[in-house]
Design a protein around this ligand. Structure first.
Ligand code: NAD
Length: 250
């Protein structure tokens, strides 16, 4: 039995129907959190919900397309209405399309921007009022190593993940005074369904090449990092440690 470091904490995990989101929902539940899960595939969420139930997580299943900002805001409000508050928001839902700029399908890139960036911003915005009022909350944004380093054919995806890093750093500076913590997670290659979206065949080979000889992460590895970050005692203000406010901001 894991330590119940998240006992009575209320979490919402987006993109929970597979991969990192599914593993994170389970790990938060093992550590005692109550967990709301959201994605588009109801059957997958229902199956996860049964596992969460058996861990005592009192799950809430929400089906939404988070590339729609209104739906992204609604799931936060639905979670707050159901449990009375939201303590931990894990913005994990994302897609990856890798293709050369010259051949890019801009409709696909727009959908990627809408989900990976705008949806994440919308759910964050919806969570702030409640967290501010209680002076308590933790927002975890899942970016990627592609949010710090860009590779050929990864321009569209990296634009979204650099965007997540930039947004999170600005957000952290806006909300640290309200005791809201912001963490960005930047995993390397993780064995999930995400790779199936690699649109361009040579890119698939290239991505395989980048990772040859590297340890491939499992979703559970990332889930444990997220659970560790959100389970720090509230008096440890990591915002102050990671990004010391300038004198003007004090
Ligand atoms: N797998 C990797 O190598 C890797 C590396 C770094 C970062 N990431 C990031 O991790 C996050 C999770 O990805 P994953 O690897 O677990 O892949 P995944 O495909 O298994 O999971 C993505 C999740 O997002 C959901 N989703 C997709 N579109 C959605 C939409 N429009 N509305 C609601 N939900 C939607 C999917 O249903 C799924 O639950 C993503 O943000 C991804 O960019 C993944």
């Amino acid at each position: 039995m894991s330590q119940q470091r998240l006992k009575d904490r209320i979490a919402l995990v987006t993109g929970a129907s597979s991969g990192i989101g599914e593993a994170t929902a389970l790990e938060l539940a093992r550590q005692g959190a109550k967990v709301a899960i959201v994605a588009r595939r109801r059957e997958r969420l229902e199956a996860l919900s049964r596992q969460l139930e058996s861990l005592g997580a009192e799950p809430l299943v929400l089906v939404a397309d988070l590339s729609d900002e209104h739906q992204a805001q609604r799931v936060v409000k639905d979670t707050e209405a159901h449990y009375g508050r939201l303590d931990i928001l894990v913005n994990n839902a994302g897609v990856m399309y890798l293709e050369p700029v010259a051949e890019a399908d801009l409709g696909r890139w727009r959908r990627m921007l809408e989900l990976n960036v705008l949806g994440l911003i919308a759910s964050t915005q919806a969570a702030l009022a409640g967290m501010r009022a209680r002076r308590d909350g933790h927002i975890v944004n899942v970016s990627s190593v592609a949010g710090r380093f860009a590779n050929p054919n990864g321009g569209g995806y990296s634009a979204t993940k650099f965007g997540v890093v930039a947004f999170s750093e600005a957000l952290r500076r806006e909300v640290y005074k309200d005791n809201i913590r912001v963490t960005v997670i930047e995993p390397g290659m993780v064995a999930t369904e995400l790779r199936e979206h690699i649109a361009h065949a040579p890119t698939r080979e290239m991505v395989e090449g980048w990772t040859t000889g590297m340890r491939q992460l499992q979703s559970q590895d990332v889930a444990e990092v997220i659970a560790f970050c959100v389970s720090r005692p509230a008096h440890v203000n990591i915002n102050e440690v990671l990004m010391r406010p300038t004198d003007q901001e004090r």
